[in-house]
Write a protein that binds this ligand. Sequence first.
Ligand code: FAD
Length: 344
Amino acid sequence: MKHLGQHAIVIGASMGGLLAARALSEAYAVVTVLERDALPRSDIPRKGVPQGRHAHGLLARGRTVIENFFPGWTDAVVACGGVRGDIAGDVKWIGHGVTIESTPSDLVGLLASRPVLEGNVRRRLMALPNVRVIENCAVQELIADDGKSTIKGVRARISTGVEHVIAADLVVDASGRGSSSPAWLESFGFAKPEEERIEIGVGYTTRVYRRRPADLGGKLAVVIAGSGPNWRNGTILYQTEDRWIVSIGGYFGDHAPDDDQMFAAYAGSLPTSDIYDIVAHAEPLSEFVRYRYPAAALRAAGAIPWGISGGRRCPVQLQSGLRPGHDGGGAGSRTAARMPRGGR
Ligand SMILES: Cc1cc2nc3c(=O)[nH]c(=O)nc-3n(C[C@H](O)[C@H](O)[C@H](O)COP(=O)(O)OP(=O)(O)OC[C@H]3O[C@@H](n4cnc5c(N)ncnc54)[C@H](O)[C@@H]3O)c2cc1C
């Protein structure tokens, strides 16, 4: 295939950045991924991906896309403790207080910890001959040409404090919800990208519990979406053969407490008792971890925002298909981008 250019840079080596780099590896002679974090040698959570401590699963389409990018990837995740599951047959979905009837399907999803999903993508990407991933390297700003109309590369700082300008034909921003792209574009004289924002005050509290195969009637996961009048939601997912991960939460500050009894009481307030039955009786294997953000947002930006850099959406709504405000896709999904016009 004829290359579109010599060099593409991707900012951020989380799911969005890694998958963007894989796609670009077919169209650019060299792809460089710049990541601010030190990348862990084993599959453990890291600072730049705080959501990595919370429940994650991959729906069928996402798994298929990644498997097509990296044949054998699903088997590798399973070898790390994950499990394939029939999204419709092995998962209990509850929305609007109604349990959707389980039925076998050919929709094969994947359950594993977030670090295991990401680590297996990263290792496969780094094995590609024309891709390099530079860790401990924080992008400071985009570099534009003299007319400030074309992005020519980035200025990045490595852990020693030394800064480098790295030239590129294309820069993809996959730096997540804290992306500086809007500010960088504004500094070039473009209009600040519009942001559609809905205050939701969402918060999740997560803990890992001992799993026994007979738990939950043999289901691999239960997903309870919040819907009026009870907006509390919860997810319990197979993480490894002997571990459940439970994330429960709510909106507008109605968050699950990080206290044994109050966490169980909160789980008991969900529309079904599936999560409560585990939380109240199974052995806890971790501390509580909390995650909060004030608003769901969708940005229209001027560079190419990838993954969640284009905004932030509530994952439980996304996974369940129940969404009071926004549409989107979760890990590996693409967010629409358009150039702001007339703002210079
Ligand atoms: C509680 C919770 C549960 C979720 N559950 C699911 C789920 O079950 N399934 C699912 O598909 N999705 C789920 N999601 C969504 C999923 O986690 C995100 O969509 C996905 O991680 C976004 O990936 P990303 O690469 O776009 O951004 P991020 O994961 O935010 O990664 C951004 C990366 O950029 C790096 N970075 C930031 N700034 C710079 C810089 N200046 N220079 C260099 N590097 C930088 C960061 O260190 C990080 O590595 C969940 C999210 C949350 C919050």
